[in-house]
Design a protein around this ligand. Structure first.
Ligand SMILES: Nc1ncnc2c1ncn2[C@@H]1O[C@H](COP(=O)(O)OP(=O)(O)OP(=O)(O)O)[C@@H](O)[C@H]1O
Ligand SMILES: [Mg+2]
Length: 249
């Protein structure tokens, strides 16, 4: 079967800046892929291009057998592509339940408001926020807002979920809970691309890692290969990190 998501020669420029430069990438169904690279490497831009927030300047994006290069965000959502935002941006004045209900409607996963609300309650229970359903989203802690982002994404019933630093700023206990949650999402059969700076997290979740640097995909492979890749070590991980890794056979 063909890949769920395929980027072929995808570039995105902002004025003279090439945020993405001829990126080729295939994500298979059921994979959990880590997307790493230094600040400004183009990770969020890649998510924005796949979700229709920014259009590719050149190249093609295919999803689930269809060309999605020119779709708008709601159209991408309706085809099964959901994402979380690096800067969480709930509708603060709305309740938690209303936020997730709106996401279910945006993603076209519900045919009525009642159905969307039921869908939203189900996802809030899954992420452990059912007790907070009637609270204002703006009143949540950071860890809860991150869970709310996940619930919003899941309410779209995605085939592919793109997680943009969904764990940033969490403490160790919150992080463990978040990792368990992400594993639970993968176990439901959702394909995941996760952007994450903490290598411990990437290594514990991902079966494959792709590395962006100055908009170029400089490496892709198994975690054990990526942590030893000379270009990746030089561009991102640093020599001290590589030396601390146990040798892999
Ligand atoms: N809307 C935009 N307009 C102009 N430049 C942009 C825009 N979005 C991103 N860029 C630029 O494109 C480059 C890639 O940015 P991007 O946000 O994709 O990086 P990133 O890998 O997600 O970084 P970080 O790890 O800091 O989140 C950066 O130089 C950034 O300043
Ligand atoms: Mg980013």
């Amino acid at each position: 079967m063909s890949a769920l998501l395929e980027l072929a020669g995808v570039s995105r420029a902002f004025g003279g800046l090439r945020a993405l430069s001829s990126v080729d990438l295939a994500v298979q169904r059921g994979e959990v892929v880590g997307l790493i690279g230094p600040n400004g490497a183009g990770k969020t831009t890649l998510v924005n291009v796949v979700t229709g927030v920014h259009r590719a300047t050149s190249g093609r994006v295919r999803f689930d057998g269809e060309d999605v290069t020119r779709l708008r965000p709601y159209q991408a959502a309706r085809r099964g592509i959901a994402r979380t935002f690096q800067i969480v941006q709930p509708f603060s004045a709305m309740t938690v339940l209303e936020n997730v209900t709106a996401a279910a409607l945006f993603g076209g996963a519900a045919r009525s408001i009642a159905e969307a609300r039921a869908q939203a309650r189900e996802q809030l229970a899954f992420v452990g926020l059912e007790q907070a359903a009637d609270r204002r989203a703006g009143a949540l802690t950071l860890a809860m807002r991150k869970r709310l982002e996940l619930a919003k994404g899941l309410a779209m019933r995605p085939k592919l979920l793109l997680l943009d630093e969904v764990n940033a700023g969490l403490n160790a206990v919150e992080m463990d809970a978040a990792l368990a949650l992400i594993r639970g999402i993968a176990a439901r059969g959702v394909t995941i691309v996760i952007i994450e700076h903490l290598m411990k997290v990437v290594l514990s979740l991902c079966s494959r890692i792709v590395v962006l640097h100055h908009g170029e995909l400089i490496a892709a492979g198994k975690p054990s290969e990526i942590v030893k890749d000379a270009r990746v070590v030089q561009a991102y991980l640093g020599r001290r990190y590589a030396e601390a890794q146990p040798a892999h056979g």
